[in-house]
Write a protein that binds this ligand. Structure first.
Ligand code: NDP
Ligand code: MG
Length: 387
């Protein structure tokens, strides 16, 4: 029987790579469902190429346009905010690839966990906001999380070399983004175009900005904390500009085990689908002799304040993690719209964290409320020009 895959966010950078990977894997893997928020032209083109049984457009305003684009193609169409949840709950779904961006993916990934699915998680924000709840729901329902984020896929692969109590440290590697080596003064007036120009990875706009602020690495510390059930104090970040060593695990005897590969998301996507097996795929193989030097350096926490904040938030997580992520999503949206300066993103996040009364033992409703509060606070700060 072919494995049925649903891709939430098939029109994004991860989503498009996932389609290519599944297509190349052959008849053992079937694209059952795909979704987009508003990119209906691309979604319809994907439907015509891959023939999923279900497609969904979450923004209902685009439903009619999608129907028109489909030219009578036989496919079940879902729409509305709840459509990703409905797809996650389909009994036919074996693996749910979460490739939407931001907190919007939280209800669907929780629904998939409750239904005992294999969750191939690229969409890291729900893990940052509700990692404890999500990993507990996964365990309680015999679901499974396979990380797609390249660093976490690397850790997942390396950590299999020892027992959990033998792990002494996790080292997350970071490319350093476009402003690696910059001073505070250097980043003061960078433009949107400069911030979107990532040196090694080709990704969607939100995560590209997160990489430039190093907020992405901060989110990834929290992501790793929950995925591997490891204390935040045992997670370190090293800047590795070549993006070849995707992360490392150090064991108590001093051995470090790393996973290396080209900076190509198709590899971790494929591993999340085929695990525990490995199969030949479409990712280019590394040629070590052509690489020259691999370098590692400590990140500059004074210039990249987001990372310093993330290290603190990861220690307690709880509602602070929801505020941290919500404030960032709102601030990045403003930066992408050209409304604020690059450095203001992190100033707004810090303002929200300082103002928030953090709690550690929190319900899903409280996490969502903390997320919503942070988004409102960002807008209010901008309206009043205080942060
Ligand atoms: P993109 O912006 O390229 O794609 C996002 C996808 O989500 C699109 O399909 C988009 O649809 C859809 N989407 C956006 N907003 C909503 C919403 N509110 N409701 C429903 N669907 C929505 O993002 P990426 O592929 O770069 O990233 C996806 C996730 O994976 C992020 O969480 C990111 O952090 C993570 N990730 C990405 C990596 C990468 O290499 N890109 C690497 C590691 C992790 P539409 O096209 O209609 O807008
Ligand atoms: Mg990553």
């Amino acid at each position: 029987m072919a494995k049925n895959i649903a891709i939430l966010g098939s029109t994004g950078s991860i989503g498009e790579n996932a389609l290519k990977v599944i297509d190349a894997l052959g008849p053992e893997y079937n694209i059952l469902a795909i979704t987009a928020n508003s990119s209906v032209k691309l979604l319809a083109a994907q439907a015509k190429q891959y023939h999923p049984r279900y497609i969904a457009v979450t923004d209902a305003d685009y439903y009619k346009e999608l129907v028109d684009e489909l030219d009578g193609l036989k496919v079940e169409i879902l729409t509305g905010a709840d459509s990703m949840v409905q797809i996650a709950q389909l009994s036919e779904v074996d693996t749910l690839i979460t490739a939407v961006v931001g907190a919007a993916g939280l209800p669907a990934v929780l629904a998939g966990a409750k239904c005992g699915k294999r969750l191939a998680i690229a969409n890291k924000e729900p893990l940052v906001i509700a990692g404890k709840l999500l990993t507990e729901t996964v365990s309680a329902n015999n679901a499974e999380i396979l990380p797609v984020d390249s660093e976490h896929s690397a850790i997942f692969q390396a950590i299999q070399s020892g027992r959990a109590d033998e792990v002494s440290r996790i080292i997350l590697t970071a490319s350093g983004g476009p402003f690696r080596g910059a001073t505070k003064a250097d980043i003061e007036n960078v433009t949107l175009k400069q911030a979107l120009d990532h040196p090694t990875w080709n990704m969607g706009p939100k995560i590209t900005i997160d990489s430039a602020t190093m907020m992405n690495k901060a989110l990834e510390i929290i992501e790793a904390r929950w995925l591997f059930d490891i204390e935040a104090s045992k997670i370190e970040v090293l800047v590795h500009p070549q993006s070849i060593v995707h992360s490392l695990v150090e064991f108590v005897d001093g051995s470090m085990v790393a996973q290396l590969g080209m900076p190509d998301m198709k590899l971790p996507i494929q591993y999340a689908l085929t695990y525990p097996n490995r199969v030949a795929g479409i990712s280019e193989h590394l040629k070590l002799e052509q690489l020259g030097t691999l370098t590692f350096e400590k990140p500059n926490l004074e210039v990249f304040r987001a990372l310093a904040l993330g290290i603190e938030v990861a220690k307690t997580a709880g509602s602070a993690a929801a505020v941290f992520n919500g404030a960032n999503e709102a601030a990045v949206e403003q930066f992408l719209a050209g409304n604020i300066k690059f450095v203001t993103i992190v100033e707004l996040i810090e303002h929200c964290l300082n103002k928030h009364n953090a709690q550690t033992d929190v319900s899903l409703e409280q996490l969502i409320e903390a997320d919503q509060w942070a988004r409102r606070e960002v807008i209010q700060c901008l309206n009043q020009e205080v942060y």
